[in-house]
Design a protein around this ligand. Structure first.
Ligand SMILES: [Zn+2]
Ligand SMILES: [Zn+2]
Length: 282
């Protein structure tokens, strides 16, 4: 496991690398622009080049870009869908420019019409984005917390998309421990985690699982409420080590998206808890 955290990229995208190093993270996730606005940040070529240099200097082993929260690749509203598609393409462009390992995206919500009806829109937007992925950069679909019509509430929904696109290279999955938990999967139970790993393998292949989001949950198992808690402070607690110690998930970036003690994002204490949970033997 490569211990990582979501860090701020404000004040120059390259600054994310020093922020990760300050909290002893070996992997980082960042937003390439404000996640709550459509307008992309105009990164100067020098800032992008400096990111690549600083990543080496700060010894960051994995870099993940998280796409905006506004994106809904399943939206039936043509305006929102077009903006979503463009926003994802912008994120992919920045990600490939900084040689990121992946872009993580929430597919979005079908708003009640069902996955089947939304699939053509989802797949068109994703195949567009995949044409922009090159070098080391993959596009990863994140499992959802399962509220409303959000797509990706189960591995089978994610697998449906992967297969519908004909299993393209560079299309993978990111699994979030909090989202799994609130979708009803007990990631604190080693047998359940083992079954999950086997399901990943049979539905789309373990090689497509490229990133973990590691968050405890404020809400209960199966509640569909997406509220991240600091490690050991939520409903999962130290049992989260079952998720972190399964062999199938070894070696990949494990990114914290927890609030940290000050509520400003994962801190050094969170990274240290992550490392110790990942070391525990069952
Ligand atoms: Zn997440
Ligand atoms: Zn979440």
């Amino acid at each position: 496991m490569i211990a990582g955290a979501h860090v701020s990229s404000s004040g120059g995208i390259y600054r994310a690398t020093e922020r990760a190093r300050e909290i002893d993270a070996d992997a980082l996730q960042l937003f390439t622009q404000s996640p709550r606005a459509w307008r992309p940040t105009d990164h100067k070529p020098e800032a992008l080049a400096r990111f690549r240099d600083d990543r080496i200097k700060q010894r960051i082993d994995a870099v993940v870009c998280h796409a905006l929260y506004l994106i809904n690749l399943a939206s039936p509203d043509p305006d929102i869908w077009a903006k979503s598609r463009t926003a994802l393409l912008n994120t992919v462009d920045v990600a490939t420019a900084i040689e990121a390992d992946a872009v993580v995206v929430h597919v979005g919500s079908h708003l009640g019409v069902g996955l089947d009806a939304a699939l053509p829109r989802v797949c068109e937007a994703l195949s567009d984005a995949l044409t922009g992925c090159d070098g080391p950069t993959w596009l990863l679909l994140e499992n959802s917390a399962g509220a409303g019509g959000t797509i990706g509430r189960s591995l089978s929904e994610l697998a449906t998309i992967v297969h519908r696109l004909d299993r393209p290279p560079r299309l993978g999955v990111c699994l979030d421990s909090c989202h799994l938990w609130v979708s009803g999967i007990d990631v604190g139970d080693p047998d359940t985690v083992e079954r999950l790993a086997q399901e990943v393998d049979t539905s789309f292949g373990l090689d497509r699982l490229r990133c973990l989001h590691v968050n405890d949950a404020l809400a209960g198992l199966g509640s569909n409420r997406d509220r991240h808690a600091n490690l050991l402070d939520g409903e999962i607690g130290e049992r989260l080590s079952a998720f972190l110690t399964n062999d199938a998930f070894a070696g990949m970036p494990a990114i914290l998206e927890t609030p940290g003690a000050a509520g400003k994002g994962a801190d050094a204490a969170e990274v240290s808890k992550l490392r110790s949970l990942a070391r525990r033997n069952w």
